[in-house]
Design a protein. Sequence first.
Length: 368
Amino acid sequence: MTLSRRKTLALIGGGTVFAASAAAAGFLTTRTPQVAQRPWELAGTYADPRLNALSFALLAPNPHNLQPWQVALEGEDALTLHHDPTRRLPETDPFDRQIMIGMGCFLEQMVLAAGAGGHSVDLTLFPDGEGGPVAHAIFRTGATPDPLAAQIMDRRSCKEPFEDRPVPSALANELESFADIYTDAPTVETLKTLAWEAMEVEFFTHRTMQESVDLMRFGKAEINANPDGIDLGGPFLETLMLAGVLSREVQNDPESSGFKQGVELYRTMLHATPAYAVLTTPTNTRADQVDAGRRWLRLNLATTAKGLALHPVSQALQEYPEMAPHYASAHALLAPAEHTVQMLGRLGYGPSTPRTPRWPLERKLINA
Ligand SMILES: Cc1cc2nc3c(=O)[nH]c(=O)nc-3n(C[C@H](O)[C@H](O)[C@H](O)COP(=O)(O)O)c2cc1C
């Protein structure tokens, strides 16, 4: 839900202009949350091959940027990946399905980064069963680097309207080895409607919207103090915060103009979509969910390499009662009976977007 400059201009109400004082202008030039972005600069600077791979892994996509990973280093060459049980989305992801997909993204990025550094990784998923740690990994010298690793620093989830420009069929065909790609107009129109109606359910169901609002970080100081969740930063949004137009209070008040304009911006963004990417699995075990995350990460790196933008839109796949009709529609449309749609994403040509915040690696290490 990162709001951009364009969205901000709309939020300030089509014409209202804030006359910034010279002091305010100075303030506004320093709004980049550098502390929160520091982990991007530290990626690849560690001597221990495990730490080096982990410093890239923590840049992986994950739901609501919760970064639910915890890692215990073991001996000289091994580690165990855990899910931090305090980092969950109980309203919109009650079974931790999306959390596990994020763990898969983390693992794939770790393996790719290790390979780029000359190490292969022996992975065992859920070594103690599905209730235990997510994975055990042993690093070994010698690997064939995967070219996708070169895209790690440029990969983004692009939460913006996409250009009115089709995804060429040759590119779509190449991406078919990573995911199901939909470019035909009738299916794309159906998916736009589905994604929008599902988003409306999330917006207007108080407890699911509140889950997002509780994860919003308002401005540089909050983002640097808690580099996770939904970061609302940058000079324009901070101008709105200073003016009292954008605040935690109005975010879940459907009567407020800020809420209404936010909803409208989402509608516009979701409709500016020329194609979709979809991942499904025949069964829905924890290993399937982690594997879907590994595939999503590879897809996102491949789209980056091809100059395409990718944006997960997960609402219709979420498992809570109000969403059930949209969940059923998504599954009827996108997967054979009994299969699970693990990921749905917008695909197209989007603008470049900034790096999202991350907690430092050291905060994610725990004792074995
Ligand atoms: C399983 C999963 C579900 C996600 N669902 C959504 C979503 O519904 N809407 C959205 O804007 N972003 C979604 N994201 C993207 C995350 O918000 C994003 O990865 C995170 O904020 C970090 O940003 P980055 O991917 O640009 O590094 C999802 C990511 C994952 C892995």
